[in-house]
Design a protein around this ligand. Structure first.
Ligand SMILES: [Zn+2]
Length: 72
């Protein structure tokens, strides 16, 4: 029996929350370390672009709860 060892632990994309390999640009949203490296939108049709934008927006909104601003 062969046992597969997985040396690459997946990390979560900061942008869209999908599991991605570390140090590799996320194929889902094209972001790497919070920066857009790949224009995934360019490959999509307008309809798909809308869906993708919504998907990413949703995630950002969800993440937003962590950033509570302290009143000054
Ligand atoms: Zn992503």
């Amino acid at each position: 029996m062969h046992q597969f060892i997985r040396p690459t632990a997946l990390t979560t994309c900061q942008k869209c929350g999908k599991p991605v390999q570390p140090h590799i640009i996320c194929k889902n949203c094209g972001y790497y370390k919070g920066k857009e490296f790949l224009n995934v939108m360019a490959k999509l049709s307008k309809k798909e672009q809308k869906l993708k934008a919504k998907e990413l927006e949703k995630h950002e909104d969800h993440e937003g709860h962590d950033h509570e601003k302290a009143p000054k």
